[in-house]
Design a protein around this ligand. Sequence first.
Ligand SMILES: CC(C)(COP(=O)(O)OP(=O)(O)OC[C@H]1O[C@@H](n2cnc3c(N)ncnc32)[C@H](O)[C@@H]1OP(=O)(O)O)[C@@H](O)C(=O)NCCC(=O)NCCS
Length: 261
Amino acid sequence: MIIIDLEEKYKRPYFMCLEEWSDEMKEAGDHKENWYNKMKDKGLGVKIAVTEDDKVVGMIQYVPIEHSTAEGKNLYIIKCIWVHGYDEGVGNFQKKGIGKRLIKAAEEDVRSKGAKGLVAWGLSIPVFMKASWFKKQGYVKVDKLNVSVLLWKPFSDDAIAPKWIKQRKKPEKIPGKVSVTSFINGWCPAQNIVFERAKRASSEFGDKVVFIEINTFSRETFLEWGICDALFIDGKNVRTGPPPSYEKIKKKIAQKVKKLK
Ligand SMILES: CC(C)(COP(=O)(O)OP(=O)(O)OC[C@H]1O[C@@H](n2cnc3c(N)ncnc32)[C@H](O)[C@@H]1OP(=O)(O)O)[C@@H](O)C(=O)NCCC(=O)NCCS
């Protein structure tokens, strides 16, 4: 097992969260690849874990904090870390020390770039990317927004703790129509799936439904809303982690369409 920087030949599994076996992933479009192509010149770091028989079984991606949903200075933030945990595809590689090696490699990299610390985020509930795992790796909680915990590992005494950027406004209803507003940044294939499903479902209702795409890759747009990836139907937030099915999104829109006069 080696931990290396992302190379050309491993880009496809990286763009698909190492889940090339998944039909759901095929719904994610090319947003991640487009995001990568823009971010690779803005300080994005990607480390991957590759087995001796050339399988990509883990990844970590991190960016300067200015390109994230938190505010801070001279810090990098881990967008996500993922050690493949399903039986399908390359199989389950969790709990073999790979996550630990990936985060160490990221720490060394950002230290060498002169960062004053590495920031991570995780959930306070025991699902998905857990805050508890980062605590175990020496990260300390500095902020919390609902179940999203922000943690960090400062490298120097003069490092300043980061904070979450909070939501600043929400989409409005459109009189006489159902509005479906989808915020997309591109970095997360799961969220890109939600965007694609919402767009497709909206198109099934003709002019009764207005689909609004808000691309938050632009920093200005993100800061205007304080929202990175999200789905709103008639101004109401729909939970998107894990991605709701196409049918579920369509049903939610249909319920609103039914109520139109
Ligand atoms: C979190 C994750 C990266 C950890 O990687 P891993 O390779 O399974 O973990 P490791 O084997 O390196 O574990 C290192 C240590 O953390 C411990 N640990 C594992 N899971 C833990 C948890 N949920 N809480 C606390 N400690 C945990 C291990 O016991 C091990 O302890 P040790 O150092 O005393 O031996 C991995 O489990 C994962 O990908 N989980 C899903 C995260 C996810 O959904 N990512 C996508 C987000 S976009």
